[in-house]
Design a protein around this ligand. Sequence first.
Ligand SMILES: [Zn+2]
Length: 147
Amino acid sequence: MPVFGTMPGVCRLCGSPNGVKRTNGWHCCICDWRVGDVPDPELPRPLIHVVYYIRWADRVKIGTSANPHQRLATLWHDEILAFEPGGRDLEQARHTQFADLREGGEWFSADPRLLQHAAALSQGDDPWHAYARWVSTALKRANSLDL
Ligand SMILES: [Zn+2]
């Protein structure tokens, strides 16, 4: 029977204190990284390119980054609406998709159509949790750990 609870230490990937204990040890309940697993420092950190949707007042910026923690720390925003796995091509496709809402640069009017699109992507989940899972999955794959 899996046991839910506070892990012996916070998740080294996403910092969550909570996990689930299975027969092979504690796993983070946010990103599923296993406590004690250490990414091989010889391997490059997997780059997860995301398209981000951030809202500031009544505008939404659609941009892309392979380092959203660093990038979003430099951008004014009230709220992160969603992340979507993808890079420049997807970003351009979204800019085209919502071209009629464009207010300038990468900023778009926070129209219900755009907000619904972002809500469908996040599905009520914290965007950072989704991002942590993508990083965790990529790291496990790169390190040939159990998925
Ligand atoms: Zn985690």
